[in-house]
Design a protein around this ligand. Sequence first.
Ligand SMILES: C[S@@+](CC[C@H](N)C(=O)[O-])C[C@H]1O[C@@H](n2cnc3c(N)ncnc32)[C@H](O)[C@@H]1O
Length: 191
Amino acid sequence: MAYNNPNIMDKIFEPVFGLFYSSRYSSFIRYMDIAGTENIFEFGCGSGQLTRRLARRLEGGGHITSIDIAPYWIGKMRKKLGAESRVTIILGDLLGIDPGKGQYDLVFVHYVLHDIARFNRYAYVVALSSLLREGGRLCICEPTKASHGMPAFEIRDLMEKCGLEKRDSGYGINGVKSDFSATFVRPAQKS
Ligand SMILES: C[S@@+](CC[C@H](N)C(=O)[O-])C[C@H]1O[C@@H](n2cnc3c(N)ncnc32)[C@H](O)[C@@H]1O
C-alpha cells in the first residue's frame, strides 16, 4: 500500500484503525520498556497514533522526534498533538536529513520498513542505526505475511549488517501472531 500517498479509504478509515489497533500500540509500547527519560526517534510516525500514546509515558523529561515522509499524515499529527512539547515533528525523508547522529537512546520503527522498497531498506537502516548512542536500542515491529510484510530474517540481516546486536525478538508480542518484534542494541565501540 502506498501509505505515504494515502487514498480516500486510508483517510476515512484512519481514526477507525487507530481504535482498532489500540491494543497493538499499547503492547508495543510495553515491549519497548521505556523509563520515561529517553531521547527517542520514531521513523514513520503516520498520524501519530503511537506517538501520542508514548508521549504520555515520558514523565521523566523524555522526548520524541518523529519523522514521516507524507505531508498528509504529518498535517494530521500536528493537529492531534497540538502544543505537545515532548514531541518534535519532522516532515521529510530521513536520507536527506540528519536529526542527530549518536543522539538517541531509543529508535523505533512500527509498521514502516516493509512499506519501503526492498532495495532501499538497507540505506534507511544505516541511517537509523547511526542515530543511536552506544548502548542505545532499536525496537522494530513489522508484519511478516507474504501478502503484507517482510520476512523476519531480512530484518535481522539488515540490523546485523549495520553492526547492531540482537537483544531479543519474537512473534506475536503485540497480540498479532504473524507480527515480528525485535530489539537490537548498538554495542560500545572497542578502543
Ligand atoms: C503503515 S504506516 C504506520 C504509521 C505508524 N508507524 C503506525 O504504526 O501507526 C507507514 C508510515 O510510514 C511512512 N513512511 C513510508 N516511507 C517512509 C520514509 N521513507 N520515511 C518516512 N516515513 C515513511 C508513511 O508515510 C506512513 O505514514
